[in-house]
Design a binder for this molecule. Structure first.
Ligand SMILES: Nc1ncnc2c1ncn2[C@@H]1O[C@H](COP(=O)(O)OP(=O)(O)OP(=O)(O)O)[C@@H](O)[C@H]1O
Ligand SMILES: [Mg+2]
Length: 275
């Protein structure tokens, strides 16, 4: 993978004062010869929605997987609140994982379970709640995502947007402190995508969650982001607000924001930047 020269990070806003909920410190990750994360630092602050953007294949999902320890860094550290988690044994992670809700890039609903059973799954796995208690929480989460009464539907009977919302209801079943959204609006038409954006905002407001959203949908970025980070060739090249990213004159960021970054242009830009 070609490497860019170190370019100063474009900072568009001062960091907020919220306390750090998650920290990645100097995280490196490679898969064989492919360097995906080249020493990134990332702090998710209490109650904030951080959006990570970047071209396809740049490593956005890999970042999310480090936050919940689905992947371990080759070098660097990951903290949840003040606890270092990248080196924790699996048995100690069991207490931490339920504090994260993860909306996977592909909804990953269990097709052989109804919507209600999908949402109940983490409750049955991680708690000792009674059947009635579980049923009540399932109802409550369905209402929260605007699909009250849909518990008996099968995934095959749901639209793409409804599947996303059921997956989101499952992600919040255990009342997580942090929600990770991987491409939550991809594949949805603009009105359905906007319903998901509204839900991200609602969950932040009503549940006071800390959120991280991976996307390349700029309409979504504009609507939900408190703070935007852009990943490029293993490093963050922007950290700031939507207003600031719209004003940047860095050509790599501009073409992404304007949705006109063909591969050839990107290669030329990176080539020029590294000279
Ligand atoms: N477990 C793995 N083993 C080997 N390579 C991997 C693994 N996970 C990710 N990669 C590679 O790491 C790179 C980054 O992957 P990642 O899924 O994070 O991209 P992304 O930015 O989320 O892309 P997209 O926008 O298409 O979802 C890709 O080249 C991918 O093939
Ligand atoms: Mg991805």
């Amino acid at each position: 993978m070609s490497r860019m020269a170190d370019v100063p990070l474009q900072r568009g806003a001062e960091p907020s004062n919220g306390s750090a909920v998650v920290r990645l410190v100097g995280v490196h990750k490679r898969f064989d010869a492919l360097v995906v994360l080249d020493g990134i630092d990332l702090t998710l602050r209490e109650g904030e929605t951080t959006v990570v953007i970047g071209e396809s294949g740049v490593g956005k999902s890999v970042i999310l997987k480090h936050i919940v320890r689905l992947l371990k860094p080759d070098q660097g550290e990951v903290y949840f609140r003040d606890r270092r988690i990248d080196n924790l044994p699996e048995r100690d992670l069991a207490a931490i994982r339920p504090r994260f809700g993860y909306l996977f890039q592909l909804n990953a609903l269990f097709d052989s379970m109804t919507a209600g059973q999908n949402i109940a799954f983490p409750l049955v796995e991680h708690t000792r709640k009674t059947r009635d208690e579980v049923a009540e929480i399932v109802q409550q989460k369905l209402v929260m995502v605007g699909l009250g009464g849909m518990q008996d539907r099968w995934p095959a009977e749901l639209s793409g947007g409804q599947k996303k919302r059921i997956a989101l209801a499952r992600a919040i079943a255990l009342d997580p402190e942090i929600i990770l959204y991987d491409e939550p609006t991809t594949g949805l038409d603009p009105p359905r995508a906007d319903e998901i954006n509204e839900l991200i905002i609602k969950l932040k407001r009503e549940l006071k969650v800390t959120s991280v959203v991976v996307t390349h949908d700029m309409a979504s970025v504009r609507k939900v982001a408190d703070r935007i980070l852009m990943l490029d060739h293993g490093k963050f090249i922007f950290d700031g607000t939507f207003e600031a990213i719209m004003k940047t004159d860095d050509p790599r960021i501009r073409c992404f924001v304007e949705g006109r970054c063909p591969d050839e242009v990107l290669k030329t830009l990176h080539g020029a930047a590294s000279k």
